[in-house]
Design a protein around this ligand. Structure first.
Ligand code: ADP
Length: 188
């Protein structure tokens, strides 16, 4: 099964994508984690991504698309993937569609984790205190939300037109959201 999880920063995508991947027996592929891993290891890709991440902007598509598609080609991803944080704009979505179509296994379903603006802002502020992630300052949080609204939110319509989109309310308990996601990802 090849799933895409869409949703604003702070909606709980990371937590839920991991839980969903376990439930459906797929690999969790998170573009933000891949970038942070590269950054931590000081790879050229990590260094390239750094300035964009620090601003809350998207890392250029050339870098991002090949990084994610390489990860999807790994042996442990052959049984399926839950994509988290990718695609984030139209160019990435089209590149993903092409690559998966070429591989004969298109995206099966896209689930939008819906969450009110005030809720995601409160959660991001809380996470900033707990985890101290470098891009969780108030200014960068605002920019990440703007980037989401401008570039990523329109992907809901893109996937709706393909008949693949389902919506889940992210403003519930972790367990309840997971149950809704599993249902949305697997039901006809
Ligand atoms: P969040 O969803 O909380 O903003 P992520 O961990 O998904 O956090 O992403 C962190 C940063 O990594 C983004 O702000 C962006 O700079 C970069 N990034 C992640 N995924 C992508 C992507 N698909 N395209 C471009 N940049 C990305």
């Amino acid at each position: 099964m090849r799933l895409v999880l869409l949703g604003p920063p702070g909606a709980g995508k990371g937590t839920q994508a991991k839980r969903l991947a376990e439930r459906v027996g797929a690999a969790h592929v998170a573009s933000g984690d891949l970038f942070r891993d590269n950054l931590g290891r000081g790879t050229p890709l990590g260094l390239q991504a750094k300035e964009y991440m620090e601003r809350g902007a998207l890392v250029p598509d050339e870098v991002t698309v090949s990084m994610v598609l390489d990860r999807c080609a790994a042996p442990d991803a052959q049984g399926g993937v839950v994509l988290d944080g990718f695609p984030r704009n139209r160019t990435q979505a089209e590149a993903l569609d092409r690559a998966f179509a070429d591989a004969g296994a298109p995206v099966d379903r896209v689930v939008l984790l819906d969450c009110a603006h005030e809720v995601v802002k409160a959660r991001l502020a809380g996470r900033a205190l707990e985890e101290g992630r470098a891009d969780d300052t108030p200014e960068v949080i605002e920019e990440r939300l703007r980037t989401y609204e401008r570039q990523t939110a329109p992907l809901a319509a893109y996937y709706e037109a393909q008949g693949k989109l389902r919506r889940v309310n992210g403003d519930q308990s972790i367990e309840a959201v997971t149950e809704d996601l599993v249902r949305a990802a697997t039901e006809d």
